[in-house]
Design a protein around this ligand. Sequence first.
Ligand code: UDP
Ligand code: MG
Length: 313
Amino acid sequence: MIRLATVSPCYNEEDVLRHSVEKLTSLFQRMIADGLITRDSMMVFVNDGSRDGTWELIRQLHAENHFVRGINMSRNVGHQNAIMAGLMTARGWTDAIITLDVDLHDDIECIPKMAKEFEAGYDIVYGVEVSHEADGFMKKFTAQTFYKIQTTMGVENVYNHADFRLMSRRALDMLSTYKEHNLYLRGLIPLIGLKHTTVDDVISERNAGKSKNIFQKMLNLVFNGITAFSVRPLYAIYHIGIIFLIVAFIVACYVGYSILFGHIEPGWASLMLSIWIVGGFILISMGIVGTYIGQIYSEAKRRPLYHIAEILA
Ligand code: UDP
Ligand code: MG
């Protein structure tokens, strides 16, 4: 039996919260009856500086329902930071934590499956979206495109995985050693390693309330994901510089050919050649500077060098 916690960030969620707690409560009761989780398992709600009555409601639910615990942020810190606050606070209370959005658009039947995988010895279980019944074409399309851009940029990512996942106490302790500020959990957690697996998750409609992750926020998250995990854009400058020099070489060949066999406009050759050669050298220099900045950047994040999974001594 495991002592399980769910952690859900809440921003202006008074419309959905009670309903979600009810659904999770009956799920928890079933899992307790099945001998999967302990009676003192819990659901932790992180109030991320909501402007409505979310925190008052969490208080009330905490008084009514022994599973419910609450964490109140001093202001709105955003989805990723709110999850991190919940994980770092609740990791001392449990064996494993599942993060899920409070609107329960993820399939909560994955929770017992994740718990079983944890019992089978997995430290991280990723919920992987197999079908987006509820998402419109635009959301699907943008999500897929962003995912592809990130993969191209070399960001390690679990395909079609958002922030619905189980992490063991051990994995959470390892996560706590990452001190970076531009938090992108989807990119960070695969760096932990350990034994991991996936369960299939069917996304459904939000229960109530409105989605707060507007396009701008999503774009920020993706941009953050790339710049926090990849220095490839910096190296790209260097490669563009090389391309400029190749073009300069082709122009030079053309100029040579024109001088020998044809007629040439005065001033054209020197002008064209200077543009491509100087441009090429400037870009290469920027690429070199960029490479050093990339090195400084990865040092500045002070990521842990390794995690030890097991020692036999
Ligand atoms: N959320 C949060 N802080 C924010 C924005 C959102 O804690 O600044 C929470 C929100 O309450 C929800 C989750 O993050 O539990 C995902 O947000 P939402 O459902 O609005 O986004 P979507 O699922 O549409 O991407
Ligand atoms: Mg949602």
